[in-house]
Design a protein around this ligand. Structure first.
Ligand code: KIV
Ligand code: ZN
Length: 513
């Protein structure tokens, strides 16, 4: 009998914890809504004690998103647990997730506690969380480098104190599949009350084994798996949701397990996360990479033409990849536009539709045809554009070989044009960024900049991505235009807007997990 696996998505917590992946409240809410559409069982929405911004996003997601359980992370510290509860209490199904390290290394160097203290703290922290919240998850951080007997005692203490879910994280991505499966079996055999709890697996990808380890855990009896969209997460990331879910869907014959995710929402969710984080997976990334369903070799193409099963183990449609090359043009009406957007799996808020349609018309005026890729880029660009503090009004550049480039930029802020500023630079893009710095009166460090063509052809749209750093925090921006300088300026302004919207930086330096 196949087993139903609970999917916990931690894109908004472990994923967001990775440097350069921070999202603002509106972006997190949009991702959370999409995760609910995707059909995950649990959304880990954040780590409220770390910053007012994290607290506010967990609170808003808990208030607004219906369907999945909303989990809120806390260390085994009273103020963390109280903050986690305050943030998540409005959820339809709230969960406090308490984490406490159990490996000798982390107990000694991070917690500065002995095993007995940790054992006691695990129980008291879960008890405190359980007094507030009907559902509590306990995670033994660095479980895979912990003494298995001690790990079993801690998990038993957590269950005894009321934890309904116990998690065995491979925090540093150190395990290999057989070993991790063995640890899961050991926990199942060594924790007397394990049947009273759901056993969870949480794997990091430092050795590229996060998905393999998670599947091994399922084989050994884990009932919940923790993962992120596009495999985002600390360092090398977490197990990728899309890979796990498509393994379950494609290899049910050997895995004997299934989950409740609507696989046709995978592509749209991945794209949304790319848009809000500004980070694109590599082209050969399984399931959601640009080449995941591209067949280049003539022999493969001939085989596919004869029978898709020759080289396709799953269909692009099954993950929601738009395959149609249907094009819209400047004569297409709003109804056709909206229908196509919905067909591609996007559900923009009704309030965003006029701006989207306007963007489509502008694009259709510049380009002969507007393809699905163009539409996708447009929708993601506009939906990621929340609460714009600054907008581009106009720019003029002067550049050429042998002369310094200059750029004059005017922005609109609070609905009125701001004074124009001119700057010299190392090329027109650098000059424009410097002019914007002068306007906003801030000088962030440009950490990353990339430019890609969204579609082919002379009239292709350029997609610029920018990452800036200011005050120890990183902000991403993305801009689209058929003019690459304009795309770059828009991306830079989007990053500046993310910076402007960020709440004061009160993150604790050691935010844990
Ligand atoms: O990797 C880890 O140990 C974590 C815990 C909070 C589950 O992210
Ligand atoms: Zn983790």
């Amino acid at each position: 009998m196949p087993r139903r696996i609970v999917i916990l998505d931690t894109t908004l917590r472990d994923g967001e914890q990775a440097p350069g992946f921070s999202m603002n409240l509106d972006e997190k809410l949009e991702v959370a809504r999409q995760l609910a559409r995707l059909g995950v069982d649990v959304i880990e929405a954040g780590y409220p004690v770390t910053s007012p911004g994290d607290f506010a996003s967990v609170k808003e997601i808990a208030r607004v998103v219906r369907g999945p359980t909303i989990a809120s992370l806390a260390r085994a510290v009273d103020k963390d647990i109280d903050a986690a509860w305050e943030a998540v209490r409005g959820a339809e199904r709230p969960r406090i997730h308490v984490v406490l390290a159990t490996s000798p290394l982390l107990m000694e160097y991070r917690l500065r506690m002995g095993p007995d203290q940790v054992l006691e703290l695990a129980a008291s922290a879960v008890r405190r969380a359980r007094a507030l919240c009907p559902e509590v998850q306990f995670s033994a951080e660095d479980a895979t480098r912990s003494d298995p007997d001690f790990l079993c005692r801690v998990l038993q203490a957590a269950i005894g104190a009321g934890a309904a879910i116990v998690n065995v994280p491979d925090t540093v991505g150190y395990s290999v599949p057989d070993e991790y499966a063995e640890l899961i079996r050991r926990v199942r055999g060594g924790v007397p009350d394990i049947e009273k709890a759901t056993l969870s697996a949480h794997c990091h990808d430092d050795l590229g084994l996060a998905v393999a380890n998670t599947l091994a855990a399922i084989g050994a009896g884990a009932q919940q798996v923790e993962c992120t969209i596009n495999g985002l997460g600390e360092r090398a990331g977490n197990a990728a949701l899309e890979e796990l879910v498509m393994c379950l869907a494609t290899r049910a014959d050997v895995l004997h397990a299934y989950c409740g995710v609507d696989t046709t929402q995978i592509y749209g969710t991945s794209k949304l996360v790319q848009a809000v984080t500004g980070v694109r997976p590599q082209p050969n990334k399984a399931i959601v990479g640009d080449n995941a369903f591209a067949h280049e070799s003539g022999g493969h193409q001939a085989g596919l033409a004869a029978n898709k099963a020759t080289y396709e183990i799953m269909t692009p449609e099954s993950v929601g990849l738009p395959t149609s090359r249907l094009v819209l043009g400047k004569h297409s009406g709003r109804a056709a536009f909206e229908e196509r957007v919905a067909f591609l799996g996007f559900h923009p808020r009704p309030g965003a539709l006029p701006a989207l349609f306007e963007g489509f018309k502008e694009l259709a005026d510049k380009k002969k045809t507007v393809t699905d890729r163009d539409l996708e880029a447009l929708v993601l660009g506009v939906s990621a554009k929340v609460n714009e503090t600054f907008r581009l009004d106009r720019f003029v550049i002067n550049s050429g070989s042998g002369i310094a480039a200059t750029s004059a930029v005017r922005l609109i802020g609070q609905d009125a044009p701001m004074p124009e500023r001119v700057s010299l630079g190392d090329g027109p893009i650098d000059a424009s960024f410097k002019a914007i710095d002068k306007i906003v009166g801030k000088h962030p460090v440009l950490e990353d900049f990339s430019l890609d063509a969204v579609t082919g052809g002379k009239d292709a749209q350029g997609e610029a991505r920018v990452r800036i750093q200011f005050g120890g925090r990183r902000y991403n921006g993305r801009g689209l235009s058929t003019d690459v300088v304009e795309a770059s300026i828009k991306a830079y302004i989007a990053a500046i807007n993310a910076m402007a919207q960020d709440t004061e930086d009160t993150r604790e330096p050691d935010s844990g997990s």
